[in-house]
Design a protein around this ligand. Sequence first.
Ligand SMILES: [Zn+2]
Length: 184
Amino acid sequence: MPQKAVFLDRDKTIILPHGDNYIYRIGDFYIPDSYNTALKELYDNGFKLYVVTNQGRVAKGYMSEEDVTDLHEHLNEIYNSHGFEVEEFAYCPHNPMGHVDPYNVVCPCRKPKQGMFTYLIEKYDIDIDKSWMVGDTERDIVAGNLCGLKTILLRTGYHIGSEKADYVEDDLAAAAVRILKTKK
Ligand SMILES: [Zn+2]
């Protein structure tokens, strides 16, 4: 049976940086308690959770793919301790502006392209009509729209592209409330 899903951007969506810094590794982020509660609610209501994140700084040499996957394993350890999990973390390590081979290429997965989404939708038989994309940037919303998902832009980012989103909410906790009260 097709699954309903919530696709989640990572940085500034499910985890927050300290100050204005970027998130490269474990230790560079924190999670408000309300975010864990929100994701658990979605999970308990039958939504599979997927992370879709651009990590083009791999192509720029700031971190390795292993740093990225280590962080994702760490996140699922935290989530497991709260009684839920992210089904899969999809990430794009590419950036054509980078200098690290083989990542400095134009790829089909870097948001706002749909590559990570189409991969997950096919692999997990996801019911697009009942599924959502939540993120803090315009490219999250554009990618979600291209896939036919309902979209929520979070005010945790720069609030660009709000006119393209179905909803705008303060943060992940508010987004979860919106998803759970919106019948699709
Ligand atoms: Zn890519």
